[in-house]
Design a protein around this ligand. Structure first.
Ligand code: NAD
Length: 479
């Protein structure tokens, strides 16, 4: 009958046209989380520990599901997924569980003679309900590592994973729903409309990982509510290579830091190399040699290389390569496979500094090498550009290391290796200038999601009359 047809059509349309998560949904989700936060539940040490332990268990129970999702989103190798996403999250959780009690303790600090007698302390308190917006390149780790900090500090939290890694986003929504306390920890999946709906709300902190263009949108939205932000952005991470090095170790570390980390799609992957004119040919030869050892003669089919995340990024990267200013500068690689979204490890020599590839973050398997007359000139070259998230130097020279540390401005510096500073939780991880603001990892994550409350205790003793009006000249002399 006609009625049945209408009903069927309505039900098909209902199931197809999924309702978009809008500002009203975001507002009621936030209200629910605020309600939970206000009960004080998330503040207790026991709740924080139970949630962190539960997340740790999830990483064990669901390891295969996570690895499969990462493979589906980026064709990441199992080893890479395990080491850089799962194991790193586990070590963050283990450290937090071990140290949390100490981190939560108030810190006694000296007070002054002016307030004598008194005692002072700094009390870490949770900020409230925080929003974590994450990127696609390490979609598991970069979603959950900030959440670890948020929970450790006693907050309720909403996670918005990246829609560009949809399989991981959906696994995150599922497993967090199963393992975590859903009255305090929620996942919202989606893209710009959903994120915009979330950004209309008044959060107590927003942690955003991604690019600087969207970083500005986040900052503007946060400004409306005076919400503090942690922005983990990117940039063009330079690698300075001196001639006084162990060339084999250097090239192997550069290769694994560039192509072995998600095929260059990593925020701290080398963006370009700077070396001297004289040394460049030797470096290129050594890179070629080791690249072939790692990924064979047909790198487009290597299972150890991730693919480019999607066709937009594939065409962005191939445009960088096909730019007239750089297309003749390829000294290695350059092969591509549009169907499978693969680009071979590619080295370019002496690209002009005003080319597109040198004007934007590459975030893919292309590695330009720039040359300078003297290696010290590279420091000036780095400082003349936007501040990168990481800067690297390979050298044996003590003086050069000192100059690098003293003069080069970046989120973090690493000498004689690539990316490993990120694995040291006693170091803050974050950018400066265009590469971001604020930092996290280890105790810095706890601090990033805490308010440091200043508390001064006085007694009724030591009440100086000179403090109180009327302020006669005699009282002033007493002070
Ligand atoms: P992305 O496209 O996944 O975007 C990140 C998040 O922003 C997503 O959750 C997305 O939904 C949201 N978003 C996108 N457009 C938006 C809009 N108009 N309004 C509101 N939200 C929006 O990731 P990406 O930006 O392509 O990630 C790559 C960038 O992230 C690179 O610059 C990289 O260097 C940087 N990055 C930094 C770190 C770090 O720790 N500092 C880590 C990884 C990546």
């Amino acid at each position: 009958t006609l009625l049945e047809v209408v009903r069927t059509t309505a039900s098909i349309m209902g199931s197809e046209a999924q309702k978009v998560f809008d500002a009203k949904d975001a507002s009621s989700m936030l209200m629910e989380l605020r309600g939970t936060f206000e009960t004080g539940k998330t503040k207790s040490y026991e709740w924080r520990v139970s949630q962190l332990k539960s997340m740790l268990k999830m990483t064990e129970d669901c390891e295969k599901e996570i690895v499969d999702a990462l493979h589906s989103d980026l064709s990441k190798s199992e080893l890479e997924s395990f080491v850089y996403e799962i194991a790193m999250l586990r070590s963050s959780l283990t450290l937090t569980l071990k140290e949390l009690n100490r981190w939560m303790m108030s810190e006694k600090v000296k007070s002054t003679i002016t307030t004598f007698p008194s005692s002072a302390e700094i009390v870490s308190e949770p900020l409230g309900v925080v929003l974590v917006i994450s990127a696609w390149n390490y979609p598991f780790l970069l979603s959950l590592d900030p959440v670890v900090g948020a929970i450790a500090a006693g907050n309720a939290v909403v996670l918005k994973p990246s829609e560009i890694a949809p399989a991981t986003s959906s696994v995150l929504a599922k497993v967090l729903g199963e393992y975590m306390d859903s009255s305090a920890i929620k996942v919202v999946e989606g893209a710009v409309p959903e994120t915009s709906a979330l950004l209309e709300q008044k959060w107590d902190k927003i942690c955003y990982t991604g690019n600087g263009r969207v970083g500005r949108i986040i900052l503007a939205a946060a400004a409306k509510h005076l919400t503090p932000v942690l922005l983990e952005l990117g940039g063009k991470c330079p690698v300075v290579v001196d001639s006084d090095i162990n060339i084999k170790v250097t090239t192997r570390r550069i290769i694994v830091g560039k192509w072995g980390c998600n095929n260059g799609q990593a925020c701290i992957a080398p963006d370009h190399i700077i070396t001297t004119k004289d040394y460049a040919p030797k470096l290129v030869d050594a890179l070629k040699l080791e690249l072939e050892k790692f990924y064979g003669k047909d790198p487009l089919n290597s299972e150890d290389l991730s693919r480019v995340v999607n066709s937009n990024h594939f065409s962005r990267l191939t445009k960088l390569l096909d730019d007239d200013k750089v297309s003749g500068k390829i000294v290695h690689g350059g092969q591509r496979d549009k169907t499978n979204l693969r680009i071979a490890p590619t080295i370019l020599l002496d690209v002009p500094e005003d080319s597109r590839i040198m004007s934007e973050e590459i975030f893919g398997p292309l590695l330009p090498i720039l040359t300078v007359d003297k290696i010290e000139d590279s420091f000036h070259m780095i400082n003349s550009k936007e501040k990168p998230l990481a800067a690297y130097l390979f050298t044996n020279k003590k003086k050069l290391k000192e100059q690098f540390v003293r003069n080069v401005c970046a989120g973090g510096l690493l000498i004689n290796d690539i990316a490993l500073h990120l694995a040291v939780p006693t170091l803050p991880f974050g950018g400066v200038g265009e590469s971001g603001m604020g930092s996290y990892h280890g105790k810095f994550s706890f601090d990033a999601f805490s308010h440091k409350k200043a508390v001064l205790y006085r007694s009724f003793a030591g009440d100086a009359p000179a403090r109180y009006p009327p302020y006669s000249p005699g009282k002033l002399r007493l002070l």
